[in-house]
Design a protein around this ligand. Structure first.
Ligand code: WQD
Length: 335
């Protein structure tokens, strides 16, 4: 049975990917430093799959601890989620973001190089494209100067991986996520925003739950049909399954280059107001919102051209926006 290391495996996307890895028959080991996740997620994963993943609380910025882990664990592949990911926070604390996101990546890749561990899946983001000139966004779209240190760590991370694969014959795939939303159908795992949510869907569900007074829609003067910004919201379970497909591609040596990257989205754009309407319809909950000024740094529109991922990964999204919003609401009610 192949043993897969999932870093950040107790986080939102990480935990959903661990569930799908176990469902696909992989032996999973999680490394998480619990800086932005909760240990209770481990038990929730076991409740869903019946299998308790091995867990190590390790700070990947501590090279000695990373080396010790690999001295004691034979790993066949790595899915690397562990990173700080708050755009606004990264603007205020760039050095923490570069140290954490880049430092941990370098230490992981050094172990892979030294032990000939071959298969690496990297958690990247559509923010590498900034505001793309053409929509939908393909993998050929030019990488734009990052709008935040967070986005820059994803761009730099991909370049580090590309150079390392070229120099050391490793094989890696970078998955550029659009906007992950929703929760597992069991409502046992989901998005756990610590503090005031930055992302739209957790703010929507907390407003519906009465935790937040009112949702602010950041701007209705964008050049879009209803004036509000457009994003590609993908169900987190569909996103998790894309990681399994990418890992299988590497394990079966079907990759065509030693560094590949894929846009992972639904291919459909939804505006903020369309999400509000869809949420109200899907959950029968009235949402209290107001139109507010634009948020600094937001782009007008981004949604994926999914043809490459669909064909090369033999993967496509199966769940609807309504299912994602319903699952997010079911998860919120469990909090
Ligand atoms: C979506 C839309 C907001 C909150 C971020 C990261 C990106 C990726 C996904 C990690 C925007 C609007 C939001 C609110 C609102 N994360 N909004 N009111 O900014 O597209 O992307 O999350 O990989 O890297 O940048 O997602 O959910 O913050 O915003 O109107 O209270 O919702 O303006 O148009 P975003 P988001």
């Amino acid at each position: 049975m192949k043993k897969i290391l999932v870093t950040g495996g107790l986080g939102f996307i990480g935990s959903h990917t661990v569930v799908e890895l176990q469902n696909a028959g992989f032996d999973v080991t999680i490394i998480d430093d619990l800086s932005n996740s909760k240990i209770e997620v481990l038990e929730s994963i076991q409740e869903i799959t019946g299998k308790l993943p091995e867990f190590h609380q390790i700070d990947l910025k501590v090279k000695k601890d990373v080396t010790d882990f690999f001295n004691n664990n034979n790993i066949d592949g790595i899915i690397h989620f562990a990173a700080f990911k708050a755009v606004g926070e990264s603007v205020k604390k760039p050095l923490e973001y570069y140290e954490n996101n880049i430092g941990s990546l370098v230490y992981l890749l050094q172990e892979m190089r030294d032990r000939s561990i071959d298969n690496f899946i990297f958690s990247s983001s559509c923010t590498v494209y900034g505001q793309a000139d053409e929509l939908p966004i393909t993998e050929e779209a030019p990488i734009k100067k990052a709008e935040s240190p967070y986005g820059n760590t994803k761009q730099i991370g991909e370049e580090i991986i590309r150079d390392t694969c070229k120099a050391n014959g490793l094989n890696a795939i970078s998955l550029r996520y659009f906007n992950p939303i929703g929760a597992h159908e069991s409502a046992k795992i989901g998005e756990l925003p610590l503090g005031v949510p930055q992302n739209l869907i957790p703010y929507v569900t907390q407003t519906a739950a009465g935790i937040r007074e009112q949702l602010s829609v950041f701007g209705d003067d964008y050049n879009t049909p209803d004036g509000t910004a457009i994003r590609d919201y993908i169900h987190v379970v569909d996103l998790a399954k894309a990681h399994i497909a990418a890992l299988q591609r590497l394990l079966q040596k079907e990759n065509k280059n030693n560094f590949e990257f894929f846009n992972v989205g639904t291919g459909k754009g939804s505006s903020v107001l369309e999400i509000v309407t869809a949420f109200e319809k899907a959950t029968n909950q009235k949402l209290n919102y107001k139109i507010a000024p634009r948020r600094e740094g937001d782009i007008t529109a981004a949604y994926a051209d999914t043809n490459l991922a669909n064909s090369e990964l033999n993967w496509k999204t199966e769940k609807s926006i309504e299912e994602a919003l319903q699952s997010a609401w079911e998860w919120q009610k469990k909090q």
